[in-house]
Design a protein around this ligand. Structure first.
Ligand code: E4P
Length: 216
């Protein structure tokens, strides 16, 4: 499973690159609003830091406007992938943009059929939001199982990016299901590394190493 970093913070993405887990980045307007820089500056910096897709969200609503905005976003860097919401206009735009060679990531997916239609429209990626489904009283990971099964049934090349990840269990469940990619907030990456038995084991080894040194 590949890891994208769900962040608009260049520092966080740099940290993830050093760990060797940043296969790409996803941003959205909410994440960009936390940074004090113009979006285009952030996209350019992210594209320098990470060797992989950097997802930049189009905020237009009407198909022609989404297409025009996406062409501009895509011109920023060859690694930009345009995030487009799963609406009728969004899918029209995806169909057109992919035919021009512009990669798309259909976002805000909450049902298997939205994912199937996005894949048929030619999307390179789909982003089902598991955490927001959990928040609304559903089991978000069930959506990932359904989408993966459908994509396997029809041998669809679109890759599933598990999004709206809130904790470590979402990540391990995504890996067990066989999702292609998970997009993870940086703090969750740090939690995935941590284990109290690792820390306790290091303390014991350090104490015992002092005894080895004292006797040599
Ligand atoms: C994905 O690309 C989205 O940016 C993100 O995962 C949304 O997560 P949230 O539901 O925690 O805002």
């Amino acid at each position: 499973m590949k890891f994208f970093i769900d962040s608009a913070s260049v520092e966080e993405v740099k940290n993830a690159v050093r760990l060797g887990v940043a296969d790409g980045v996803t941003t959205n307007p909410t994440l960009l609003a936390r940074e004090n820089k113009p979006a285009e500056v952030i996209y350019k910096e992210l594209c320098k830091v990470v060797k992989g897709p950097v997802c930049a969200e189009a905020v237009s609503i009407v198909a022609d406007d989404i297409i025009a905005e996406s062409r501009k976003l895509s011109a920023i860097d060859e690694n930009i992938v345009v995030k487009i919401p799963a609406t009728k206009d969004g899918l029209i735009a995806v169909n057109q943009l992919e035919s021009e060679g512009i990669k798309t990531n259909v976002t805000l997916i909450f049902s298997p059929m939205q994912a199937l239609l996005a894949a048929r429209a030619g999307a390179t990626y789909v982003c089902p939001f598991v955490g927001r489904l959990d928040d609304a009283g559903h089991v978000g990971m069930e959506l990932i199982e359904q989408i993966m099964q459908i994509f396997i049934n029809y041998d669809l090349p679109t890759q599933v990016v598990v999004a709206s990840v809130r904790g470590t269990l979402h990540v391990s469940d995504a890996a067990m299901i066989g999702a292609h990619i998970v997009t993870v907030p940086y703090n969750v990456i740090e939690k995935l590394i941590k284990h109290p038995l690792t820390d306790a084991g290091i303390q014991t080894f350090l104490k015992d190493w002092q005894k080895v040194k004292a006797s040599s």
